[in-house]
Design a protein around this ligand. Structure first.
Ligand code: G3I
Length: 340
């Protein structure tokens, strides 16, 4: 009798099949970037498919530390507590970035520009506070994000932190993160990290910083792709090159959009339009080709994170249908292409 009851309880789970995290358990963690709505409304979908979580915005300096001495941990704590309750590890995102940064750190209370020392004191306080608060659940941090130029005469993006400190901003940020959590994996994270020119700039910068003793454990390739590119052979080449200087590579923000907004600013608000069969086939091919490359590099690729859970949440809007789940949170046909 008990055995029959057990099987009856087990059958629905078996019928559901394996979630993404089970399918890739022998290869790498499968992660997702979440907002607080997700942890209220989409709990089962997350638990079944993912074993790593990134806060889409809640841990960014502008959100969590909006002014000197003022902290807003509510949203980050909500997502971190969900992960703690369900044994899900987290990626911290991010500590040093030109966008959504705590720009008040560059200016003193009297309105004068902060010196290097004044800025670094604030950055140290920020990193020690945030990294220490979540060190029990966060296993990896995007310490520095998007510091390499896409093109132009200098290899580095012309940011406020670069103008004030040059590469010292990254040297100190990584050292502060290591001081706060000796066990966390510390990543440099960027987009278009497959493009040969940018790939080589990232490679040269990370190699130089590591040779000088900066504690960098990994490189994050964001993975914001579309149905027209990249050719995943470029990602393959980049992973091979990066793995010669770091033991850990993460795909940190994966989505493959239909590019329905091609030509203009990304349209975040338009409703999802029916995709053409050609677009859907192209998207499946991109996801299929990418995961074939990632499985080839499973010795160094140890986490693949999707950016946003559903098309409803996607930063490129539902029109681009970039995720594996539709606006109602239902798996799309492309989910089965990835989950096999
Ligand atoms: O928090 C404010 C809120 O107070 C205000 O009422 C509202 C209306 O303006 O804006 C809210 O801030 C928004 C923020 O997301 C939090 O929701 C910003 O306007 C909006 O620009 C911001 O967009 C985020 C974007 O980063 C900012 O650059 C996206 O959600 C997020 O998905 C995206 O993620 C980045 C990664 O962190 C780094 N790699 C690129 C990726 C895509 O840009």
């Amino acid at each position: 009798m008990k055995k029959t009851l057990f099987l009856l309880l087990l059958l629905p789970l078996l019928a559901q099949g394996k979630g993404l995290k089970d399918t890739y358990r022998r290869h790498f963690l499968i992660g997702v970037a979440l907002n607080t709505r997700n942890v209220n409304d989409d709990r089962q979908l997350i638990i079944r498919n993912f074993n790593s979580v990134t806060c889409e915005n809640a841990m960014k300096p502008a959100e969590i530390h909006p002014a000197e001495g003022r902290w807003n941990f509510r949203e980050a704590d909500s997502i971190a507590n969900f992960c703690r309750a369900h044994g899900i590890k987290m990626r911290g995102h991010t500590l040093l970035w030109h966008a959504q940064f705590a720009d008040w750190m560059y200016t003193n209370a009297d309105g004068t520009a902060a010196t290097r020392e004044e800025f670094l004191r604030r950055l140290h306080d920020h990193i020690l506070t945030v990294v220490s608060r979540y060190k029990d659940v966060v296993y990896a941090w995007d310490v520095a994000n998007e510091c390499v130029a896409d093109g132009g005469p200098t290899p580095y993006r012309d940011t406020r932190h670069y103008r004030l400190l040059g590469l010292d901003a990254l040297r100190y940020a990584f050292r502060y993160a290591r001081e706060a959590d000796p066990n966390a994996l510390l990543f440099y994270n960027d987009y278009n990290a497959f493009q040969p020119a940018k790939r080589d700039r990232i490679y040269n910068m990370v190699r130089q910083l590591k040779e000088e003793g900066t504690p960098i454990d990994g490189i994050g390739l964001q993975g914001h792709y579309n149905i027209y590119g990249p050719d995943m052979a470029l990602v393959d080449t980049a992973l091979t090159l990066y793995s010669t200087i770091v033991p850990h590579i993460h795909i940190t923000e994966l989505d493959i959009r239909l590019n329905n907004d091609m030509g203009g600013a990304l349209d975040f608000q338009r409703q999802a339009q029916p995709a053409t069969p050609e677009q859907l086939e192209a998207q499946k091919k991109q996801y299929r080709d990418l995961f074939r490359v990632l499985k080839k590099h499973r010795k160094t690729v140890d986490c693949v994170t999707f950016w946003n859970l559903t098309d409803r949440d996607s930063w490129v809007g539902p029109t681009n249908q970039a995720t594996l789940f539709d606006t109602e949170g239902r798996p799309k046909p492309v989910y089965d292409v990835v989950n096999h």
